[in-house]
Design a binder for this molecule. Structure first.
Ligand SMILES: [Zn+2]
Length: 197
């Protein structure tokens, strides 16, 4: 894993996670729920993003099953972030794509010139490279930053944001589109309950 600036993040995050945890945040935020554009729906859109984020080697082929796997991992990660926000624990099926990555990929240890131990994926395919996300999560779980990566509490949004509040009590992503979704939901709720205005 390199420490180059995250030029690949593309989207401007209002609550960005620190590196390298922002790689996990960036994957979760490749789709705008509930019906927004999905950067990982089409191979021609997905390939440059996957290469830029290091999840696919530049010379490697994007295989037919890769996008389904990476979208499955994305939603498994989102389920974990919902749990970080105080929501229910992920179901076994949410963890299944992450377990596939854990089972099917391997990491190699290396030592840099300062003596720091690095762990990197041993392959260039999408399934091989995704183990780097698991390694990032493992480190973040140990240093406590993982608990601050959350999914927005608006269940129609679930955008991944990094909670920098002192008491870890942040709930909302604060995207302007999220606010609109919330207003719409409140409006519908008021209509259902028969109130006006
Ligand atoms: Zn939101």
């Amino acid at each position: 894993m390199s420490s180059t600036p995250p030029h690949w993040l593309g989207d401007v995050e209002s609550k960005p996670a620190p590196e390298p945890l922002n790689r996990v945040q960036a994957l979760v935020n490749t789709v705008e729920l509930p019906e927004g554009p999905d950067r990982l729906a089409d191979p021609d859109d997905a390939r440059p993003w996957l290469v830029a984020t290091g999840l696919l080697g530049p010379e490697s082929d994007l295989r037919p099953d890769d996008l389904a796997l990476v979208r499955g991992v994305r939603e498994g990660l989102r389920a974990m972030l919902v749990h970080n926000s105080g929501g229910p624990a992920p179901t076994p099926s949410a963890f299944a794509p992450l377990r596939d990555v854990a089972t099917d990929s391997t990491a190699r240890a290396d030592i840099d010139e300062r003596g720091e131990i690095l762990l990197t994926a041993t392959g260039d395919s999408v399934p091989a490279r995704m183990i780097e996300l698991l390694l990032i999560i493992r480190d973040a779980q140990r240093d406590g930053s993982w608990a601050r990566l959350k999914a927005c509490g608006n269940d129609e949004c679930q955008w991944a944001f990094y909670d920098r509040s002192r008491n870890h009590g942040g709930t909302w992503c604060e995207m302007s589109s999220c606010g609109n979704k919330l207003k719409n939901r409140e409006f519908r709720a008021r209509k259902r309950s028969g109130k006006s205005g």
